[in-house]
Write a protein that binds this ligand. Structure first.
Ligand SMILES: [Cu+2]
Length: 132
């Protein structure tokens, strides 16, 4: 097979995989769409990924609903120090205190509610993640 034709076939496979991911993310059972992004890892298995922006002085989105098993990544963008602190199903969750850019990832393996706040700014800066 000519090299260019093989390449276009690979692209077609990649495109159909991407469409499958999008359809899977839609749910389609009448529930509101979750603000999640889905990415395929190197092995082609979709990994659920959700990002919360940590700015001065709020977490966005404030409330997030995710499926059990999803990773949440907090992404620092502000210029003041902030810290994710809370408890999820009895497990203490605490990010480093970060200033400027930085990333903290946590895997929510089971369902529950994670109410968290900023370790620097207290309850004035808070967020909630509902894992279903
Ligand atoms: Cu803060």
């Amino acid at each position: 097979m000519p090299r260019s034709r093989m390449l276009s076939r690979k692209l077609a496979i990649a495109a159909s995989s991407a469409i499958m991911v999008v359809v899977a993310a839609c749910g389609g059972d009448g529930e509101p769409a979750l603000p999640t992004a889905t990415q395929a890892n190197a092995g082609g298995i979709p990994a659920k990924l959700t990002t919360v922006t940590v700015s001065d002085n709020k977490f966005a989105p404030l409330n997030l609903q995710i499926p059990a098993g999803a990773n949440v990544t907090w992404n620092w963008t502000g210029s003041n120090p902030h810290q994710v602190v809370g408890s999820f199903n009895g497990q203490e969750v605490s990010s480093p205190k970060l200033t400027g850019t930085g990333v903290f990832l946590f895997n929510f393996a089971s369902s529950g509610v994670f109410e968290y706040h900023c370790g620097v700014h207290g309850d004035a800066m808070n967020g909630t993640i509902t894992v279903q």
